[in-house]
Write a protein that binds this ligand. Structure first.
Ligand SMILES: C[S@@+](CC[C@H](N)C(=O)[O-])C[C@H]1O[C@@H](n2cnc3c(N)ncnc32)[C@H](O)[C@@H]1O
Length: 186
């Protein structure tokens, strides 16, 4: 029978994965205005070791108490930098050595499983209402979309972010084999 890990065991497990993981990940968030979405994104960034979060446009403020309701204390664990525009976020990400991959249901976008996520990658997501700006899509090195099979227009932005960050990490983790593939405690 499987039982839930205790907090100290989770900490140990997280440490093991942190030591194994080398790929660098970062994120551009463009004009995500709903505090609960930004809070959720921050928690996911902390979970997957996002190095820098660039907040472009009129994105919510990580210091807003409403962000804290979903960030649950993780805002302080993610380096975030506010930039006025997508162009500045793209330039900063490139200067830090990242390939920028925008997430959007857009012409020319590659499905996520075929997207170039194997290098040091900066993902970029767009606003809840109008998505990634033309400047962000034009300036990214690649655009990727998460295939959907239901009758829906799009995913919630925080959910799309989590799926893509998990996929970027999964690419590296799936190549380890050996001990990394063993069950917890095995
Ligand atoms: C709610 S969606 C934007 C709305 C959509 N563009 C529209 O006009 O209805 C917010 C953001 O989530 C991300 N997103 C949501 N679903 C996605 C999908 N299936 N593939 C890639 N990105 C997605 C994108 O970054 C998008 O800009």
């Amino acid at each position: 029978m499987s039982t839930q890990l205790r907090p100290t065991d989770v900490k140990r497990l997280n440490r093991q994965w942190r030591r194994r993981t080398e790929g660098r990940l970062s994120l551009i968030v463009e004009s995500v205005t709903q505090p609960f979405n930004l809070g959720s994104i921050l928690r996911t960034c902390a979970t997957f070791g996002v190095e820098t979060l660039w907040l472009a446009g009129n994105s919510a403020d990580p210091g807003d108490p409403k962000v804290g309701k979903t960030a649950l204390g993780t805002a302080a664990k993610v380096d975030h930098v506010r930039v006025p525009s997508a162009a500045e976020a793209l330039a900063a990400a490139r200067a830090a050595g990242f390939t920028v991959v925008a997430l959007e249901l857009a012409d020319g976008a590659l499905p996520l499983h075929a997207a170039p996520l194997d290098t040091d990658v900066c993902l970029a997501v767009g606003a809840e209402d109008h998505g990634c700006s033309p400047a962000l899509l034009a300036g990214a090195d690649a655009v990727t979309y998460i295939p959907q099979i239901g009758r829906v227009g799009s995913l919630n932005v925080a959910v799309a972010t989590a799926i893509a960050l998990a996929e970027a990490r999964r690419r590296e983790w799936a190549s380890f084999g050996g001990e990394a593939d063993a069950p917890v405690g095995g």
